[in-house]
Write a protein that binds this ligand. Structure first.
Ligand code: ADP
Ligand code: MG
Length: 319
């Protein structure tokens, strides 16, 4: 590889949409679809905080894009474009870059979004930083916010909870498991984009679960100025997670406080129950009703005897 322009031409130009103008201009130029709003989000991933430098490069790329597309899913926006900011060690190998580009391609092909620009710099410390800005579209004034929950709404989650956090434990050798499922849930999260788009007009508030159920549902409650009560025995747990939890019962709190699942937590009026069940069938995504919204503030987690479960950790915080 000679310089960053060759790097961009070789690995990223094949991923670019026409709005990126071949990745040789100063900026991209795009025209939003008439009658749609742009929904824009950014997530930064740093080696040794969000992934390990020696993780497979395609899974690093997949995850970096997936966490951004998951934010779009939570807002009901269809993924359209993304910009890629990359800081790489000076001695980065071309095989790493080829694999990285392959990881991006897999997910952009699956979700229909295109690369339209970015920036590339080197780091002297060996640190890898991936900063993706994703842009989606939603019909004018219909983006699902965190602030729209109402008293009496149901609370739902997609998929199963705690898999990624348990997968991280399995991967680091702290937890014993023979299945690959949990590790793949950590390394290659699947953003719920198709389902997310279909939830517009049916749900009242939504967030994706990046920091853990309690933390992210807590954000909905704060934004909506309401409280939530959820029930431990209703929380959806995968069979693989149950197997690990049998051996490591003290890890059960990861179901409600473990991050990185990239499922959706959303609220909806009771009248929408049948419609939500239909969407679960249509998109073949498990959707589970786990509680309800009330006046007050904060999230209460109750066990099957109706007692509050003590919660020590409500999600990962950087500072
Ligand atoms: P500038 O000189 O304004 O900093 P660059 O030389 O960094 O611009 O970028 C040249 C072109 O390459 C731009 O179109 C930019 O969007 C694109 N580009 C740079 N890095 C990346 C990347 N990592 N992924 C996609 N496009 C990139
Ligand atoms: Mg320029």
């Amino acid at each position: 590889m000679t310089d960053e322009f060759d790097l961009i031409k070789t690995y990223f130009k094949p991923l670019a949409g026409s709005e990126g103008l071949g990745l040789i201009d100063d900026a991209a130029c795009l025209q939003p679809t008439a009658g749609f709003d742009l929904v824009i989000t950014k997530d930064v991933l740093v080696s040794d905080i969000h992934f390990l430098s020696d993780d497979p490069a395609d899974t690093i790329a997949h995850k970096a894009l997936a966490v951004n597309l998951s934010d779009l899913a939570a807002k009901g926006a269809k993924p359209k474009y993304y910009l890629l900011g990359l800081t790489l060690p000076q001695d980065i190998q071309s095989s790493w870059l080829a694999e990285f580009a392959q990881g991006l391609k897999g997910l952009q092909d699956a979700t229909g979004c295109k690369l339209i620009g970015g920036d590339t710099t080197s780091s002297k410390t060996g640190c890898i930083v991936i900063s993706i800005t994703a842009i989606g579209e939603v019909a004018e004034n219909t983006m699902i916010t965190r602030a729209g929950a109402n008293k009496g709404d149901d609370v739902f989650v997609t998929g199963t909870l705690g898999d990624a956090a348990l997968g991280l434990g399995v991967r680091s050798g702290d937890l014993v498991s023979d299945g690959e499922f949990l590790v793949s849930r950590y390394l290659k999260p699947k953003p719920r984009n198709e389902l997310g788009v279909s939830l517009v007009g049916t749900v009242s508030a939504s967030a994706d679960i990046s920091d853990g159920l309690l933390a992210d549902l807590g954000h909905i409650c704060t934004a909506s100025n309401l409280s939530a009560t959820i029930y431990e025995d209703l929380l959806p747990v995968s069979r693989s997670a149950e197997d690990v939890l049998k051996k490591h019962p003290s890890c059960r709190s990861l179901v409600w406080s473990g991050g990185d699942d990239y499922e959706l937590v959303f609220t909806a009026p009771k009248a929408a129950r049948d419609k939500i069940q239909e969407k679960s069938n249509d998109f073949n995504v498990l959707i589970t009703r786990i509680g309800h919204i009330d006046v007050g503030n904060g999230v209460k987690l109750l066990d099957d005897a109706g007692n509050s479960v003590t919660v020590e950790n409500t999600g990962f915080k950087h500072f």
